[in-house]
Ligand binder design. Structure first.
Ligand code: ST9
Ligand code: ZN
Ligand code: ZN
Length: 334
C-alpha cells in the first residue's frame, strides 16, 4: 500500500460521499420519444475539422514528422490525461485524496492542456453522472447508445434534467479552491494558450519541426486524449465483467484502462467511487495515474489517499457481484 493511504473501514464512506459520489437507483426520468434532440452545429463542425486534422497527422507521423515530435505528442497526451484522471476526476470530482498546492497547480496546468472544459464544469457533469447514472440527468447517458455516450452528448444541447439535477449539487468545495476558481474564471484565455499556443512552437524551436507537423500532431494528441476519456463513458459502460455490482452498467474494461491511464475499471469505480486508485488493485501497468499519484504521495504532495478495505470489497463482491471476481467469485463464499 502506498504511503499515506487511509483504508476506509467497512460501511464508512468518505465524509462527503453522500453528496460527492453516491448514486441513486437508476430510473428513466422521461420516455425516449419525449426527448428533444437539438444539434449544436458549431461543435459538429469543429469536431469534424479536428478529426480530419488528426487523420492527416497519422499520415504525417509515417512520412514527414520527426520522431521527437511523435514522442512529444505521446507525452502531451499522457500529461493532459493525467490532468483529467488524477486532477478533475480523482482529486476534484471525488475528493479521493488531498493535494498540496504545487501538485494542484501541476494538475491544473495538465488539465488545461487536455481542454475538456474547466475542472468546475467537468466535475459538475461528472458528479451528476455518478448520482444519476444512466438516466436523463446523466450528461452521457449510456442508455442512449454508444455514439451518444461517447461523443454525441457534446454535439447537442443537454437534457434539461442534467441542468436541473446538476444545480442541486453542492459544488462549494470546488469554488473554495483558488487555483481552480482561477482556471474557471480565465478558462477562455488559459485553454487556448496552454492547449495550443504553447505546445505548437516548442518542437519548431527545439528540433526544427515544421509548423504543419507540429500543429497537426498537437491536434492528434488532443483527439487521442478525448477518445480515451470518452471510451470510459461509452465502452466501459457497456462491455466487460461486473464483479462488484452486476446491477449497474459500468464494467471492467482492460483496453479502456490502458488508453485512459487506469480509468477503465469502471464497475469498481462506480461501486467504490471514493477509492483514489479507481480500481481494486494497484497494478501500475494498467493504471498509470495511480503510479504517478503514489509517486507524489512519497514526497508528501498527495496525502490522505482513500481506499477500500479488502473485507468491504469481498462482502460487496459476494453480495452483488456477477461471479467473475477471480478471488471471491461465487465459488468462495466461506
Ligand atoms: C469533454 C468532456 O470532452 C469529457 C468529459 C468526460 C467525462 C468522463 C468521465 C469518465 C471517468 C473519468 C475518466 C477519465 C479518463 C481520462 C483519460 C485520458 C487519457 N449542472 O453547457 P451549456 C448549465 S469536453 C448544472 O452551454 P447546452 C450551465 O451552467 C471537450 N448546470 O449547455 C449553463 O448555465 P447558465 C471540449 C449545468 O446549451 C447552462 O446550463 N469541449 C450543467 O445544453 C447552459 O450550459 C467541448 O466540446 C450541469 N451538469 O450545451 C464543449 N451543465 O446559462 C462542449 C450545464 O446559467 N460543451 N449547465 O450559465 C458544449 O458545447 C455545451 O456544453 C453543449 C451543451 C453543446 C454540450
Ligand atoms: Zn468518477
Ligand atoms: Zn461512469
Amino acid at each position: 500500500m502506498a504511503p499515506n493511504v487511509v483504508a476506509m473501514p467497512t460501511g464508512v464512506l468518505h465524509e462527503n460521499d453522500e453528496e460527492i459520489c453516491s448514486s441513486v437507483i437508476p430510473k428513466e426520468i422521461s420516455k425516449p420519444e419525449e426527448r428533444k434532440l437539438e444539434l449544436v452545429w458549431r461543435n459538429i463542425i469543429i469536431f469534424v475539422f479536428l478529426h480530419l486534422v488528426a487523420l492527416y497527422a497519422v499520415v504525417l507521423i509515417f512520412t514527414s514528422a520527426k520522431l521527437y515530435t511523435t514522442i512529444y505528442a505521446i507525452i502531451l497526451y499522457q500529461m493532459g490525461g493525467f490532468g483529467i484522471t488524477a486532477g478533475a476526476h480523482r482529486l476534484w470530482s471525488h475528493r479521493s485524496y488531498k493535494a498540496k498546492w504545487p501538485l494542484r497547480l501541476i494538475l491544473t496546468f495538465c488539465n488545461t492542456l487536455a481542454f475538456e472544459n474547466s475542472v468546475i464544469e467537468w466535475s459538475r457533469d461528472h458528479r451528476v453522472h455518478h448520482k444519476y447514472s444512466e438516466t436523463d440527468a446523466d450528461p452521457h447517458n449510456a442508455k442512449r447508445g454508444f455514439f451518444f455516450s461517447h461523443m454525441g452528448w457534446l454535439l447537442c444541447k443537454k437534457h434539461p434534467e442534467v441542468k436541473n439535477k446538476g444545480k442541486l449539487l453542492d459544488m462549494s468545495d470546488l469554488y473554495a479552491d483558488p487555483i481552480i476558481r482561477f482556471q474557471h474564471k480565465y478558462y477562455m484565455i488559459l485553454m487556448p494558450l496552454i492547449c495550443f499556443v504553447l505546445p505548437i512552437p516548442l518542437p519548431m524551436i527545439l528540433w526544427n519541426e515544421t509548423f504543419m507537423n507540429s500543429y497537426c500532431l498537437n491536434v492528434f494528441r488532443y483527439i487521442i486524449t478525448l477518445h480515451a476519456t470518452w471510451l470510459v463513458n461509452s465502452a466501459a459502460h457497456m462491455w466487460g465483467d461486473r464483479p462488484y455490482d452486476k446491477y449497474i452498467n459500468p464494467s471492467e474494461n482492460k483496453m479502456v484502462s490502458i488508453f485512459a491511464l487506469g480509468e477503465g475499471w469502471h464497475n469498481y469505480h462506480h461501486t467504490f467511487p471514493w477509492d483514489y486508485k479507481t480500481a481494486e488493485l494497484g497494478q501500475y501497468s494498467t493504471n498509470f495515474s495511480t503510479f504517478v499519484i503514489d509517486m507524489f504521495a512519497k514526497i508528501g504532495w498527495a496525502y490522505d489517499l482513500k481506499t477500500v478495505s479488502m473485507d468491504m470489497v469481498k462482502k460487496r463482491v459476494q453480495r452483488t457481484g456477477d461471479g467473475t471476481h477471480s478471488v471471491w467469485g461465487w465459488g468462495d463464499k466461506d
